[in-house]
Design a protein around this ligand. Sequence first.
Ligand code: ZN
Length: 404
Amino acid sequence: MKHEYRRRHVRMHTLTMDPVELLSRLVSIPSVNPEDTADEAITGEARLVEFLAEWLGGRGFQLQYDEQAPGRPNLIARRGPAPARRRIMLEAHTDTVSVGGMTIPPFDPQVRDGRLYGRGACDTKGPMAAALSAFDDETLDRLAAAGIELIFAAAMGEEKGNHGAQGLVDRRLVAADECIVLEPTELGIVHAHKGALWYRIDVAGVAAHGSNPDQGLSAIHGMMHIANQLKQEVNGRPGGPAHALLGRPTLNIGTIQGGRAVNIVPDQCGMEVDRRLLPDESADDILGYARRALEELRRAGGIVSYEIKVIKWGPPFHTSAESGLVRRLKEGAANAGVQAPTGGVGWYSDAGPLSGVCGEIAVFGPGSIKQAHTRDEYIELDSLRRGVEILRNYLRRSAGGLNA
Ligand SMILES: [Zn+2]
């Protein structure tokens, strides 16, 4: 398999503008997240970035590489006047999930029944191809003439925690007035999503023989008490925080481990929590609540000690439905014959970290999240083509041209 992939990468540099051909090329370049698979023949984002650099360079973009990890670069491509009057960014992640258990050839894209099949076809090489295909001469010229700098950012490592986008933000490599994060939204405009706070709690008790539990202090019982309190913090307050677009915050206790044997009072217990929060909630408040509950329990003699560790923090975002970005995207969709729904979602994306450096931000793209990560991943070509049209209309409207 290894050599087969290598061979196919040769002669991939035609600057095609056809979205189906372009997507075929993107899919045929494996870019599996290395945290998912050990096979070096298909992992890493570098090969895809090489292709994107050639393609974007050929369209007149200035390129900047950002080697976030060995063999795993981000790419920032800019085109237009400097200094710019306004900056518009389109961003796509370059990694895909693994290919284990797939029922179709993952990197040998096949077009049939109005669909293109292959790993990444919908998540997120389809939306990526739609954006690139929207960068025709006329659109690029109009943007430049209007004093707008167009940025295309390709970010590594999205599937395992938005590392690339976070790195671009941390190193201050990107910023924009408006940003579209390219993900399969079925051409709907996602202008809010929840934040994700993953954290771990460890508590210590005192071991004793199971026949004599009074001699010990059960770390598992202590953790059960904390778990109930955390659940209450999210669910317990009637009419508590709720968001017009996102509903209520959620809490999931994803893992819990504790104890050493059935006949020993457990002296340790660990638990991992996935808390999805609303734009008006703060991670500090949530961790503060957990810390207070643990401290209270410790003082009451329910545990000996505790520790809290953040595993991942991804901020939420909310761009107004009345914003210029959402309005022009919606108008661009209407021009393409699509009544694009607007709203919020529960899943997470690079829009979380990027919201910190972009005035207005939304997630948008052809294809359905239902086909993401599946064994026979595909994208509807009709959706792909409409995606191109909508993104092109949006860009032209942003440049001031009313007729897309
Ligand atoms: Zn994705």
